[in-house]
Write a protein that binds this ligand. Structure first.
Ligand code: HEC
Ligand code: HEC
Length: 507
């Protein structure tokens, strides 16, 4: 089975594990930071507890904006606060709050010295000041952006009451609940539980027989068996792929202008399969970013590189190829930044920012990694903008380069049809009388209709109107033929039957 929550090797983060981790995280990370640090066993974390405090209260004057920086002090920098300033004071002395100017400024009662300055209308609570002080006591460690820190398994909190803890994630949730004096809700009844589980793992509700089987299963691991069953179902991959396909901006059409179809479904199937096979995340990454550059790439590894080609593409007359190649490249940089680096690079597309560590130069340097992705700016060969590479390409043609791939679904269907045909041939017992009858009927038909095709004349039925109150029922009106040459009409009881040539009906 696929390891559900804590796999041994890094795997593609599933919605389930991410979702649960985030719930636990949100619980732990919310609040004023001071409490969060307490629940995590006293270890203060820069990204979680300290950076938000400094960012809110200090960075406007001691941050990345050099034109507004006061006293030359940069509290966003992991080195500068530890060096003596022009005045000789050292903002932070590791492990020694009493020698740290920063602490002196937080607690100063002199309005000329206290930080944040009274004019900034920012104040820190006693708990926040204490937190900064303890962080310095603990050595004032800085941390990089979360996306660039290798994830480490957090120690599972030790709990006073661990009756509700069945796995590590429960431990974090119960810890946060206990810290807030909250009682967990009662466990859902089995039908509800299975419904939630099925929707979580496959996006589909359970079938009635699946619910009955679960209710009837009295074994202690009945629930785990359901998890295994759902993880093994092909719908599991489809459900998990949804989020990744959104991040990868998956679409079956090109997005611009005419929004023509593109053949990207093979990539969609690659992603679904990757989840169903529980493909390791590093391989999933490598194949999508550069599967074609691997030694002897398999068709599936080349299909994976469709990730780089899922930008919008144009076939619009008058579009300028180089302009669109630039658009496609920026789309690729944005997507790689968001999908793989957890970083929004896109604001650096046009200009540097005072609070963005990525510069416009970084943005385009990133693009250079992908500048050998072969692609056209405009996918047509119009007379007024000829494109010798794509001779004769119009809306009907694909968006090259494309490769021919085998569809496992079509392969399976082909195999089963072949089997059916072989079976039918084996079962066939000719009946000479039936065969003769069919031959004679067919010959007679072909003699009458040499084209092998008979056009059926329409039959027109006219219903009499319902009788009005107190009046006799009206007779059906028989339409009159326009001329004697035209085929006529015949009354059959209430029905008017027209026997004209096809297309000649008047009704
Ligand atoms: C509105 C602007 C502003 C804000 C916000 C602000 N400061 Fe200051 N800070 C100053 C100015 C101006 C000075 C220089 C004058 C002085 O030393 O009082 C200074 C000086 C300092 C110094 C002394 C630097 C040295 O080398 O002498 C420290 C330490 C300091 N601030 C820490 C902080 C901290 C921590 C925060 C947030 C909790 C903060 N400041 C928020 C404007 C600000
Ligand atoms: C397509 C180009 C482009 C992109 C992408 C872009 N910007 Fe801008 N941005 C501009 C231009 C042009 C200006 C200057 C506008 C003006 O001066 O009227 C500007 C101005 C700004 C300013 C004002 C700067 C100042 O000092 O007054 C901020 C802030 C800003 N952008 C933030 C962002 C953020 C955040 C993002 C990403 C979410 C972003 N920009 C993405 C083109 C862009």
């Amino acid at each position: 089975m696929k390891p559900p929550i804590f796999p041994g090797a890094p795997r593609i983060p599933s919605l389930r594990s991410l979702g649960l981790a985030l719930v636990a995280g949100a619980e732990l990370f919310s609040g004023d930071g001071a409490r969060a640090a307490d629940t995590a066993g006293g270890a203060i974390r820069f990204n979680r507890d300290i950076r938000p405090l400094l960012s809110d209260n200090c960075f406007s004057c001691h941050g990345p904006d050099k034109s507004n920086r006061k006293s030359g002090l940069r509290l966003d920098d992991p080195e500068q606060p530890f060096l003596p300033s022009k005045s000789g004071a050292i903002a932070i002395v590791r492990g020694n709050p009493d020698k740290s100017e920063l602490v002196a400024r937080l607690y100063s009662t002199d309005k000329d010295d206290v930080m944040p300055t009274p004019g900034s209308h920012k104040t820190l609570t006693p708990a926040q000041k204490d937190l900064l002080k303890r962080w310095i006591e603990q050595g004032a460690p800085y941390e990089a952006h979360w996306a660039y820190i290798t994830p480490k398994r957090a120690p599972v909190p030790a709990l006073k009451d661990s009756a509700r803890v069945r796995n590590a994630i429960d431990g974090f949730i119960q810890d946060a609940l206990q810290a807030r004096g909250l009682q967990p809700a009662a466990e859902a009844e089995p039908r509800t539980l299975l419904r939630r589980l099925s929707l979580d793992l496959t996006g589909l509700p359970p079938r009635p027989e699946e619910v009955e089987a679960f209710l009837a299963d009295r074994s202690p691991n009945a629930f785990e068996k359901q998890v295994d069953r759902l993880l093994a179902s092909p719908q599991y991959g489809e459900r998990m792929a949804m989020q990744w396909l959104d991040v990868a901006r998956y679409a079956d059409t090109v997005g611009f202008h005419g929004d023509q179809n593109q053949n990207a479904w093979a990539y969609r199937d690659y992603v679904i399969d990757a989840y169903n096979q529980n493909k390791p995340f590093d391989q999933f990454t490598l194949e999508q970013l550069a599967g074609d550059l691997l030694p002897n790439p398999t068709p599936s590894q080349r299909v994976a590189t469709c990730f780089n080609r899922l930008n919008m593409m144009t076939r619009e007359g008058g579009a300028q190829p180089k302009e669109y190649l630039a658009k496609y490249a920026t789309d690729r940089i944005r997507t790689v930044g968001m999908a793989w680096m957890g970083s929004t690079l896109q604001c650096a597309e046009c200009h540097d920012h005072k609070f963005d560590p990525f510069t416009a130069k970084d943005f385009y340097s990133m693009g250079a990694f992908f500048s050998d992705v072969r692609q056209w700016g405009v996918y047509t060969d119009y007379g007024y903008s000829p494109n010798p590479d794509l001779k004769g390409f119009t809306n009907e043609y694909p968006f090259p380069p494309e490769i021919v791939v085998e569809s496992p679904t079509l392969q399976r269907r082909l195999q089963s049809l072949k089997k059916e045909i072989a079976q039918a041939a084996a079962d066939f017992r000719p009946d000479p009388r039936a065969l003769d009858l069919w031959k004679n009927q067919s010959l007679a038909f072909l003699q009458k209709h040499p084209a092998g095709w008979e056009s059926l004349a329409p039959t027109v039925t006219v219903q009499p109107a319902p009788p009005a109150k107190g009046k006799p029922a009206p007779k059906a009106e028989v339409p009159q033929p326009a001329s004697a040459q035209e085929p006529g009409y015949r009354l059959e009881g209430d029905r008017v039957v027209f026997e004209g040539k096809p297309g000649g009906a008047r009704c």
